[in-house]
Write a protein that binds this ligand. Structure first.
Ligand SMILES: Nc1ncnc2c1ncn2[C@@H]1O[C@H](COP(=O)(O)OP(=O)(O)OP(=O)(O)O)[C@@H](O)[C@H]1O
Ligand SMILES: O=C(O)[C@H](O)CO
Length: 518
């Protein structure tokens, strides 16, 4: 059983800025390798089991159960005590808050006065909901985009918090997807205009920090404004992070966190993506005037933003599952981000170097590796150790978390995980063509979103490997059309898709690179 040291993230980050690794020596000796021979089907099954273990570890019920205790009128959240003067008001928004709310209701009992949550369309149908629950479940934001329903639901939630008094306690349940589910355009912007800006930015490849910085400037509730409206009540937010580094002011666009963005940042992002002439005039006015920011003077000490789970918890569970399946496992990074094609190149180059090393012991694993800055010194040492200790195992798994970005170039159906899997297959095929080790080792990538929904598709992600492309040369067209979901749905009758449906949780994506003997 492994536990990732809690300081891992910090060490990762501090060594992030020192990309001087090109002379990294192999510190460990490769023993004669007697890895098992596996089929792609075996690899897929094992990877999928690890992914499901990861999702299960971040189930909101488990996280709330271990983070929240109530003892008389004292509410304790992750070791912080709060005296309840009267029963709490609970609100929530995000893909994971239904389970959070139902567990909270069980915990609080009579100490919960009311609970209203905004969740994705289809959530009620996908869950069994106790008939006697007090939790009012409002659905909206089909396809993870704000709509009339989400706006209406946000108004209801805002009304609750605006009526709170000093003796009230407000519990705010927050998870990824909250930006679309708690959405109220700032005056005079309309929902359609706001949607247009967000879609344009997302399709241009903006990352979540850029998107949410702009969202805060276009919103009447994000960037601390919801908490400002709830004052003078005591505000306690329980946050499940789906953003790299867990910045509470960006998760769901930080409705209960002070907005610390530079006042010019949102407009700068619009300019960076050269959208200044194509966004609606009213959006430009909001972005330049920074009205939404002036609307909230929230201070850090006026709110209690408490993190209850993140991607690292999920990765740890996946690693433990793979170890129990007798793989030699290595943790690469909790913060993989960047363009999907570049990340595909990075994973396939790294995997092929490991194959070459296993075949001949003669190569420096990291020299000349593109995007090598993604690996900290610790990760490099771990990779070397893992490779050298892989004898008598089923194979090697490198595991990482994060979120890539995609430039959508066509009108097809896809998502960043399915695109990463297909681009990995493409890169691996290019690299392995003509290599003598290619017929000794199989390499694959599972990439899937822990929320179970990758982009606007019904898949969480996919499992990619070079041989998938044999006889399917038209895969290039699918990539050009941003149609990777259609590609994987047709391939092997959809057997390489990861299909879970909405998982009820959301802590970004999991990537598993696997290297096995053929
Ligand atoms: N056809 C497509 N092919 C590839 N990627 C796509 C396609 N359509 C949309 N996307 C990408 O999917 C992203 C949205 O996916 P998704 O709804 O899973 O977001 P998310 O980041 O998981 O949401 P949240 O964090 O709010 O839960 C967009 O940023 C867009 O780049
Ligand atoms: O809702 C959002 O803004 C994203 O999921 C990041 O938290």
């Amino acid at each position: 059983m492994i536990r990732l040291p809690s300081q891992w993230l910090c060490r990762q980050r501090s060594s992030f800025k020192k990309p001087n690794f090109s002379t990294s020596p192999i510190l460990f000796t490769l023993k004669k390798n007697k890895m098992d021979c596996l089929t792609y089907q075996d690899m897929f099954e094992h990877n999928k089991a690890a992914f499901l273990a990861a999702v299960s570890a971040v189930k909101p019920a488990n996280l709330i159960e271990s983070s929240v205790q109530i003892n008389g009128s004292i509410l304790t959240v992750k070791g912080n005590d709060f005296q309840l003067k009267q029963p709490c008001h609970v609100i929530g928004f995000g893909k994971a808050v239904l389970e959070m709310a139902l567990t909270m209701e069980r915990k609080l009992g009579d100490y919960m006065k009311q609970c209203v949550i905004s969740v994705p369309v289809g959530t009620k149908k996908a869950h069994s909901i106790p008939s006697n629950t007090k939790v009012e479940i409002l659905e909206g934001a089909a396809n993870n985009l704000p709509d009339k329903e989400a706006e209406e639901n946000t108004r209801k939630i805002l009304k609750i918090v605006e009526d709170l008094k000093e003796d009230d306690t407000l519990l705010v349940l927050i998870s990824g997807g909250g930006s679309a589910l708690l959405s109220l355009p700032v005056h005079p912007l309309t929902l359609e205009e706001k949607l247009q800006v967000i879609k344009q930015l997302a399709n241009a490849g903006a990352d979540i920090l850029q998107l949410n910085c702009v969202r805060k400037s276009l919103s009447a509730v994000k960037g601390g404004q919801l908490a400002a409206a709830a004052q003078p009540a005591t505000i306690i937010s329980l946050i499940l992070s789906d953003v790299i580094g867990d910045p509470v002011d960006f998760i769901a666009s930080g409705p209960t966190a002070p907005n610390k963005d530079n006042p010019a940042a949102a407009w700068d992002i619009i300019c960076k993506f050269q959208l200044q002439n194509s966004i609606p005039q009213s959006a430009e006015v909001c972005l330049r005037s920074n009205y939404s920011r002036a609307n909230s003077n929230l201070k850090d000490k006026e709110v209690n933003n408490i993190l209850i789970g993140n991607n690292l918890v999920a990765i740890t569970a996946a690693m433990n599952k793979l170890i129990s399946l007798n793989y030699s496992v290595c943790f690469l990074s909790p913060s993989i981000q960047g363009n999907v094609t570049r990340i595909a190149v990075f994973y396939s180059q790294l995997a092929s170097r490991i194959c070459r090393f296993l075949a001949s012991s003669k190569c420096n694993l990291f020299e000349g590796l593109e995007e090598a800055y993604l690996l900290s010194i610790e990760a490099r040492n771990e990779i070397e150790k893992t490779v050298c200790n892989s004898s008598h195992t089923r194979g090697i798994c490198l595991i990482a978390g994060g979120e890539t970005t995609v430039r959508v170039t066509g009108t097809g159906k896809g998502g960043r995980n399915q695109e990463l899997a297909l681009r990995f297959a493409e890169e691996s095929k290019k690299i392995s063509t003509g290599c003598e080790y290619a017929n000794q080792f199989s390499i694959s990538l599972l990439s899937a979103g822990t929320d179970g929904i990758d982009g606007p598709t019904n898949a969480a992600g996919a499992f990619g490997y070079a041989e998938q492309l044999d006889g399917n040369e038209d895969y290039i067209k699918y990539l050009e059309d941003s149609d990777t979901n259609t590609f994987y749905s047709k391939l092997n009758a959809g057997k390489n898709l990861i299909l879970t449906g909405h998982t009820g949780t959301n802590v970004m994506d999991i990537h598993i690179v696997t290297i096995c003997k053929k």
